[in-house]
Design a protein around this ligand. Structure first.
Ligand SMILES: [Zn+2]
Length: 389
C-alpha cells in the first residue's frame, strides 16, 4: 500500500478504480475454461496523484506477477499496429547521427519484434542490438536479424552482457509493469555510464487518454504504473535524462518520450496535471457497458473482438462468468483455441467465429475498427460492430 506518489511524492491520491479478485496476468491464456477461471488473482486499487497525474495500483503485489515464455502479447498481426511499430523504429534509427554506427539496447523486448525491426532499418549501420526480457522464448543471447536477446531482466548485474555501450535505448510497454519507475529509469541511466550521450525512448499508455475516453478496460493488474505526459517527463528528468520531450502516438493512446543521457542537468520541473472528477469513471463504465452487453443479447449471439488485456478486462467488468459472450475473436494464432483469464471465454479465429451466427461484436480498440470491418466482411460475418471508445 503506497499512498505517496512514486513519481513526485505528493500525498492524498484520488481513487480511480477498485476491483477485488481480478486476474493478475491479462496476456496469459489458458488451455481450458477451468484453468482460466482458476488464474491467480489480486486487488486492483488504482489511485492518481493530484499533482503530476501519475496513476498507480497501491495494492500491487509484484510477486504475484511472473513473466515467462507463456506470456503472449504480440499485436503485430494487425496492420494498424505494425504501421505504428515501424514509425517508432524509424524514430530510434534517426536518433543516431548519420554516419555513426548504431549500438541499440532494448529493455523488455518480448519476442524480439521491435528489436528485429530496428536491426533491419539500421542495416549496415548496426553494430550491436541487445535485448533483455525474461519472457524471451528463443535461445539465450540469440535474436532476429543479428540481435542478441538475453532471457533475464536488465539489472546492474546483467549489464556486463553488453558487448558495446549503447547509443540508442528503447523500452516499449514495459515501464507500466514496474512499481518503482524512477528506480527502473535510474538503473538504465546508471548502466549507460557517466559519459553516455545515448538517446532513450520510452513508450507507455497515457492515463489522461484512458480517463478522458473512459477506457476502463485499459486499467488492469499488470499495469501498476500509468503515466501522464508530465509524470513521464518528470520521472525521466529525476532519473538523469535531459532534453525530455513527450509525444502522443497511436491515436493518442500511448506516450512516446525521448530524452538524452548526460544532457545538461536541469532541476526537474514539478508538473501540474489535474485529473479531477475521475473517480466516478470506473462505476460509470461498468454500468454503461454491462447494460449494453445485456441489451445486445436480445438481438442474438454476442462476442468481443480482441483477446488482449482490454478484452480480458472488458469481459471481467461486463460479463465475468462469460454467460453472455459466445467467444472472443483475435487474429493472433497464438491465442486461438485458448481461454481468457478469469472468465474462461474461448478465443476463436475470424474464420471459426464466422460459424457462430454472431449479431453483435464489441470492439476493444477503435484503432482496429477499419481492419475488423474488412475481416468481418471477408468472412461474411453479418454482425453490428460496437467500438468501446
Ligand atoms: Zn505525482
Amino acid at each position: 500500500m503506497r499512498n505517496d506518489c512514486p513519481i513526485c511524492g505528493a500525498a492524498h491520491p484520488t481513487p480511480i478504480d477498485h476491483r477485488t479478485h481480478t486476474p493478475v496476468l491479462m496476456n496469459r491464456l489458458y488451455p481450458s475454461r477451468d484453468a482460466a477461471r482458476s488464474a491467480t488473482r489480486g486487488t486492483l486499487d488504482i489511485v492518481a496523484c493530484p499533482t503530476c497525474g501519475f496513476a498507480w495500483n497501491r495494492a500491487f503485489e509484484p510477486n504475484l506477477v511472473v513473466y515467462d515464455g507463456d506470456y503472449e502479447n504480440d499485436q503485430t498481426h494487425s496492420a494498424a499496429f505494425l504501421a505504428h511499430v515501424m514509425a517508432r523504429a524509424d524514430d530510434v534509427v534517426a536518433s543516431v547521427p548519420v554516419g555513426d554506427q548504431i549500438d541499440y539496447l532494448e529493455i523488455g523486448c518480448g519476442q524480439g519484434g521491435f528489436i528485429g525491426e530496428v536491426a533491419r532499418k539500421a542495416a549496415g549501420r548496426l553494430r550491436s542490438a541487445e535485448g533483455f526480457d525474461p519472457a524471451w522464448r528463443g535461445r539465450d543471447a540469440t535474436g532476429p536479424d543479428g540481435s542478441r536477446i538475453h532471457k533475464v531482466y536488465f539489472t546492474a548485474d546483467n549489464q556486463n552482457r553488453l558487448i558495446h555501450t549503447p547509443n540508442a535505448v528503447a523500452s516499449r510497454h514495459t515501464i507500466e509493469h514496474v512499481p518503482d519507475p524512477v528506480a527502473f529509469l535510474s538503473a538504465i541511466r546508471a548502466a549507460l555510464g557517466p559519459d553516455s550521450r545515448a538517446k532513450i525512448f520510452i513508450e507507455t499508455p497515457c492515463i489522461a487518454w484512458i480517463l478522458t475516453h473512459e477506457a476502463m478496460q485499459d486499467l488492469f493488474y499488470e499495469h501498476c504504473s500509468v503515466f501522464t505526459a508530465d509524470a513521464l517527463r518528470y520521472a525521466m528528468e529525476k532519473s538523469g535524462f535531459g532534453s525530455v520531450t513527450v509525444h502522443h502516438v497511436f491515436g493518442g493512446q500511448y506516450l512516446w518520450a525521448t530524452g538524452i543521457a548526460g544532457a545538461t542537468f536541469i532541476p526537474p520541473r514539478l508538473p501540474s496535471s489535474r485529473l479531477d472528477q475521475l473517480g466516478k469513471a470506473g462505476p460509470r463504465f461498468t454500468e454503461k457497458w454491462s447494460t449494453a452487453v445485456r441489451a445486445a443479447r436480445y438481438s442474438g449471439t454476442v462476442a468481443i473482438w480482441g483477446a488482449g488485456a482490454k478484452g480480458v478486462t472488458f469481459t471481467l467488468l461486463t460479463d465475468p462468468e462469460a454467460q453472455i459472450f459466445d467467444c472472443a475473436i483475435d487474429i493472433n494464432p497464438g491465442k486461438q483455441g485458448l481461454h481468457l483469464a478469469g472468465s474462461g471465454l474461448q478465443v476463436l479465429s475470424p474464420r471459426a467465429a464466422a460459424e457462430r451466427n454472431l449479431k453483435t461484436i464489441f470492439v476493444m480498440n477503435p484503432n482496429y475498427l477499419d481492419e475488423i470491418w474488412r475481416l468481418t466482411s471477408d468472412h461474411s460475418i453479418d454482425a453490428t460492430l460496437v467500438p468501446i471508445n
